[in-house]
Design a protein around this ligand. Structure first.
Ligand SMILES: Cc1ncc(C[n+]2csc(CCOP(=O)(O)OP(=O)(O)O)c2C)c(N)n1
Ligand SMILES: [Mg+2]
Length: 333
């Protein structure tokens, strides 16, 4: 079972800013609504193909990307829908990509695991575990060379901590003091293998110390904790202080991919424990007595998000499939 940094309720500061709060809430709700819709569409057979759902982990992508500007970079993973949405990729074009339509982010040729949109700094999802991190490193090196003050984020999972490129990148980011933030989403499992079994350190953040990269263990089911630590890391990166490493302890509510069912490798008690620490519910509780967001505000954001996803599905289903000639464009030969 993934041990969270703290059993205590939220201790991270709640931002005293209505716009920030609305943005955090809207993003988490939008990611969840997108993912739950994908699950329904897939189960009913309206949508083909598989996907790795991000449900449960929304606070990580949301808290991280809320500290980024549009021209900052993120490189994602196979579980990338949440990263893309939080970075500002249009959900209609994402849905169209899942449907394989010409209007998709990748003209329908990439699908769930290759969503990219460089116009908002989303460098791409990838099916290769650990492969996004060197791409983020390259973007960080480019930003430093061009002196742009841009920041580059690599998202990766606990499973990727068994991949060599992560450590090569930590070293290079450290020696060159790159404006890079390593965000490890420790959701306790790599497919069906538990982190407890496969990884020698319980707190993966400790591994960053070997590279003298500042690191923190973050409660990845608390958007305020993620937002808080990410603020420090981004400040350090923009001020020339070099890379940081955030280990966000989190949990995926669904299986490794759509179709990974039943989940024999984990218990119902464990699932209930993490669902009981749901990031959206904790947000709602944390702001309930505050001055900024009323129940009506939360409700209307929830409604707005559901409508947005309905429009995304309508857009995707009304879009044409790519022309056959598209098969040979944007292909390296
Ligand atoms: C280099 C490589 N090895 C193995 C795989 C097969 N694989 C796909 S996802 C995955 C588990 C990844 O776990 P983690 O990094 O913790 O991410 P999570 O699925 O939990 O988000 C594995 C082993 C792969 N895609 N790429
Ligand atoms: Mg994992």
């Amino acid at each position: 079972m993934v041990a969270l940094s703290s059993e205590a309720p939220t201790t991270a500061p709640v931002p005293d800013d209505a716009e920030v709060l609305k943005r955090l809430y809207r993003t988490m709700r939008l990611i969840r609504a997108f993912e739950l819709k994908v699950e329904t569409l897939r189960t009913s057979g309206r949508l083909q193909g598989s996907a790795h759902l991000y449900v449960g982990q929304e606070a990580v992508a949301t808290g991280v990307c809320a500290r980024l500007d549009k021209d900052d970079y993120v490189a994602s993973t196979h579980r990338g829908h949440g990263h893309a949405i939080a970075k500002g990729v249009d959900v209609s074009r994402m849905m169209a990509e899942l449907y394989g339509r010409a209007s998709g982010t990748n003209k329908g040729k990439g699908g769930s695991m290759h969503i990219a949109d460089t116009t908002v700094g989303m460098l791409g999802a990838t099916g290769i575990v650990g492969a996004g991190t060197p791409i983020a490193l390259g973007a960080a090196l480019s930003a430093k060379t061009r002196k742009t003050r841009q920041v580059s984020v690599a998202f990766f999972g606990d499973g990727a901590m068994g991949q060599g490129p992560i450590y090569e990148c930590l070293n290079m980011a450290a020696i060159w003091k790159l404006p890079m933030i390593f965000v490890c989403e420790n959701n306790g499992y790599a497919e069906s293998t538990s982190a407890e079994y496969a990884l020698s350190t319980r707190d993966l953040a400790r591994r960053a110390a070997a590279f003298e990269v500042p690191a923190a263990v973050v409660d990845g089911q608390d958007v305020f904790d993620v937002y808080h630590h990410m603020g420090e890391a981004v400040g350090r990166a923009r001020d020339g202080g070099g890379p940081s490493f955030l280990e966000c302890k989190t949990y995926r509510y669904y299986g490794h991919f759509l179709g990974d069912d039943p989940l024999r490798y984990r218990t119902a008690e464990e699932e209930a424990y993490y669902r009981g620490r749901d990031c959206i519910e904790r947000f709602e509780q944390a702001v309930a007595d505050g001055p900024h967001l009323s129940q009506d505000d939360l409700h209307s954001i929830g409604e707005e998000v559901v409508q947005r996803i309905e429009r995304a599905v309508e857009f995707a289903e009304a879009s044409p499939l790519p022309e056959v000639a598209e098969l040979t464009t944007e292909v390296f030969a």
